[in-house]
Design a protein around this ligand. Sequence first.
Ligand SMILES: [Zn+2]
Length: 83
Amino acid sequence: MQPVTLSDLTRDGKLLWAWCASCGRERDIDPASVPLPGDYAVPEVGARMRCTACGGRKVRTAPELYPGGIVVHRDRWRSPFES
Ligand SMILES: [Zn+2]
């Protein structure tokens, strides 16, 4: 099976999910903004990234987990009683 590439995400309108194993920070990235070739395999993109929060290099990348991205997903489930 061919790995999913950055071009696949762009074509499907999906985001790239990146997670830092060191500090737990995660975010969704526009795959078109990643400065790597479009045929780059998504799981390998993380090896080329560095966490902007802690400088960690243990970054995992995968196709977006939730439609619209993790931030939208969180907002959807956020309790209305939270400040
Ligand atoms: Zn980090």
